[in-house]
Design a protein around this ligand. Structure first.
Ligand code: SF4
Length: 250
């Protein structure tokens, strides 16, 4: 019998992918595989538990045991939008290890919940290559699957009685690493400063510790006169707080 392993990130895309798999194949041979990075928003776990209850499938949780910050210390390299070792160490490696120990590639399909837009669809060939020898499917990108916006996917969860993760409501594009993803740009870090100042302070302190160890490195970079410079979170915070507030429309 084919085993159906949903790579469940705790995001809305993988939620909807899991629902599609359950509708098509039932849940008897279904696994909800989720990696714990140690810095997820607590509401991600509430959402994951609600999804598990909805589908009647227990969560299969894997974990490296370290946080992204601990990985950066170990690798002596601070992750950023161009290169982030954390995703491989904390997500891909533990999930692959679980797949290796618990599935047979000949009768297992891994499902990835990437959303049906041009940018995400372009990632499919690389994802498929990385997952070999397992076959991969992308339930939200199927030929007959209508293109849905993120808002529609969130409404789908609500219609099934599952409240979406709170990070979306707070303005985040993704529900990962509590809004502290090192791959995110300035816009998201400013959002974190506005809506989760205590989490921003935590990231800023972690970044400062890594700067003390590694020198002038930063998660973010900025261009000045055509030259790229590190932009530490502490500096971003100072500038953001010094900037005049955006006037409210009448
Ligand atoms: S979501 Fe971002 S910070 Fe978290 S593991 Fe992935 S790349 Fe690293």
């Amino acid at each position: 019998m084919t085993q159906h392993v949903v790579q469940f990130s705790g995001g809305i895309g993988s939620f909807c992918a899991a629902v599609r798999v359950a509708e098509k194949h039932g849940t008897e041979q279904m696994v909800l595989l989720i990696a714990d990075t140690g810095i997820e928003d607590p509401d991600l776990w509430r959402f994951a538990d609600d999804t598990s209850k909805l589908l009647g499938v227990p969560l299969t949780k894997v974990s490296d045991g370290r946080t992204p910050w601990e990985v950066f210390h170990a690798k002596r390299f601070l992750g950023n939008s161009r290169l982030a070792a954390c995703t491989g160490v904390l997500k891909q490696v533990p999930c692959r290890r679980w797949m290796k120990e618990n599935t047979d590639p000949n009768n297992t399909v891994a499902y990835i919940g990437i959303e049906n837009n041009k940018r995400d669809r372009a990632r499919i060939p690389a994802i498929a290559r990385n997952w070999k020898p397992w076959r991969t499917q992308y339930p939200l990108c199927g030929k007959w699957e209508p293109v849905r916006t993120k808002a529609q996917l969130l409404d789908e969860a609500r219609a099934l009685g599952v409240e979406p993760p709170r990070l979306y409501e707070m303005g985040y594009e993704h529900n990962n690493c509590g809004g502290l993803c090192v791959k995110a740009g300035q816009k998201q870090w400013k959002l974190t400063l506005d809506v989760q100042p205590e989490q921003f302070a935590r990231a800023e302190a972690e970044e400062e510790r890594l700067r003390a160890l590694l020198g002038d490195v930063a998660i973010l970079r900025e261009q000045r006169k055509g030259v790229s410079y590190p932009l530490p979170l502490a500096e971003l915070r100072r500038r953001h707080h010094a900037a005049p507030p955006i006037p409210l429309s009448p």
